[in-house]
Structures are given as C-alpha cells and as structure tokens.
Design a protein around this ligand. Structure first.
Ligand SMILES: Nc1ncnc2c1ncn2[C@@H]1O[C@H](COP(=O)(O)OP(=O)(O)OP(=O)(O)O)[C@@H](O)[C@H]1O
Length: 225
C-alpha cells in the first residue's frame, strides 16, 4: 500500500513547517528527498513513523509496527554484540523459527561484509562498520517502510559507495517502501526512483523526477560469487 499524506499541517511555535501538504509515497519504491537545511525533511520522517504528531491532516497506509529507521549516527545498543543487536530487532516480532533467524543474520552479516565481527561490540567497530550493522538491522526487521535520514553523510567517499551498493543489493532482493533524505544530490540520484525537491518551509514540492536513468543503479560491480 502506498503512503498517502493528506492536508498535513505541522508547526513548531510560530514556525510553520507544513501547511495543507499532500504527498503520495509509492509502495516498494525508493523516494529521495532533497531540500534546504531546516525545511522539514526529518520532520516528515518523524511524522511518518509517529515520533511526531501532525497538527492537522492524515498519513494513511503506515503500519506503525512495521517501520525501520536508519539515522545519520548508527544507534546500536552498546552493551550488545553485533549479532545480539541484530537478534534483538528480530525478537521484536514473534519468532517461530529461531534457527531460521540465525541463518538470516548470518546471511545478512555476510552480505554487508561483517561475518567476522558478529561477536564484537559496537565500540570495537569503525563508524562505517557500525553503519553497515544499522543497514543490516533495518532490513532484518520485517518492516514495510524504511526511513533513512542522511545515513551516509558522515562517511568518506569510498565507504559511502560501498554502503550504498550494499544497500541496493539488499533492497533489490527485499523491496520495501523507502523514504531517503539527504543533502547530497549524487546520493539521492544513485538510490532513488522518485526524487522530490522540497522548498524551504512551509514545504512545497518544487520538483518531482521519476525513473531518470535506470534507477536504482549500482556503481561497484556485484561479485557473482
Ligand atoms: N522537536 C522540535 N521542536 C521545535 N522545533 C523543531 C523540532 N524539530 C524540528 N524543529 C524545527 O523544525 C524545522 C525543520 O526541522 P527538520 O529537522 O525537519 O529540518 P531538515 O530539513 O531535516 O533539516 P536538515 O536538513 O538540516 O537536517 C527546523 O527549523 C527545526 O529547528
């Protein structure tokens, strides 16, 4: 089901962020959002997942039990190992086959190149490795909607490319509705099938681009093995 935002209004004090705002986020597509700093992009993600309530209007089509969020900073549980962090989100939904879940964790660790650090704690990993765990965690949780708020912005170029490829590789096999916010047009173009450009607040959609060049596209070739 698509997500339909209807007549949404949201203000913080006298700052009007959204006023009668309408948007449809298409099911199982990656929608990228560009816009000026402070315009209200993160607020939209927070409204979509219920962290913030609208003053007026509705957001239809969101199952609040079924949302993953990847933040700029990986928010892993520091007292749990990588594997336990992944197991933890899977336990949020009833597990019927724990053996199968362990297989999925192992498969995901392999996919993001972290198979040797499953027993490490987050503080023993580099920032890029921690963000890879966040991506793995977001996909292991059986969410229908994945919200991503600048998840690659603190990473160097090579690592960012690798992580975006990891992300696309996972998404290709497990397509979900994704809303991806970034300041970086290259990142947005690389991942998104629909690109929205927001104005400053109160937000208007200045531009909507679809299916520009064979999106989403990979930069690094996929190893056939
Ligand atoms: N909980 C809050 N209380 C008060 N004001 C807030 C709150 N959250 C956000 N704002 C304000 O709402 C505006 C939009 O913030 P938001 O974080 O959504 O913007 P953004 O487009 O994601 O910005 P950036 O690109 O810099 O991350 C900003 O002016 C911000 O200060």
């Amino acid at each position: 089901m698509s997500i339909t935002i209807k007549n949404l209004s949201k203000s913080y004090g006298d700052q009007v962020i959204y006023e009668n705002f309408n948007l449809v986020l298409e099911k199982n597509k990656i929608t990228g959002i560009l816009g000026p700093s402070g315009s209200g992009k993160s607020t939209l993600l927070n409204l979509c997942c219920g962290l913030t309530n609208p003053d007026k209007g509705t957001i239809e089509g969101v199952n609040f039990q079924s949302i993953s969020y990847i933040f700029q900073e990986p928010r892993l549980l520091p007292w749990r190992t990588v594997r336990e962090n992944l197991r933890f989100v899977m336990k949020q939904k009833a597990i019927k086959k724990p053996g199968l879940d362990e297989d999925r964790i192992n498969g995901m660790l392999q996919l993001v190149g972290l198979e040797t650090v499953g027993e490490f704690y987050p503080q023993e990993l580099s920032g890029g490795m921690r963000q890879r765990v966040s991506i793995a965690r977001a996909f292991l949780y059986p969410s229908e909607l994945l919200l991503m708020d600048e998840p690659f912005s603190s990473l160097d170029c090579a690592l960012k490319n690798k992580l975006m490829d990891d992300f696309l590789e996972i998404w290709k096999n497990d397509q979900r509705t994704v809303v991806f916010v970034s300041h970086n047009r290259d990142e947005i173009e690389r991942l998104s099938q629909v690109i929205l450009t927001f104005s400053d607040k109160p937000v208007k959609i200045l531009d909507r681009e679809e299916n520009l060049i064979d999106r989403p596209r990979m930069v690094c070739p996929i190893d056939p093995d």
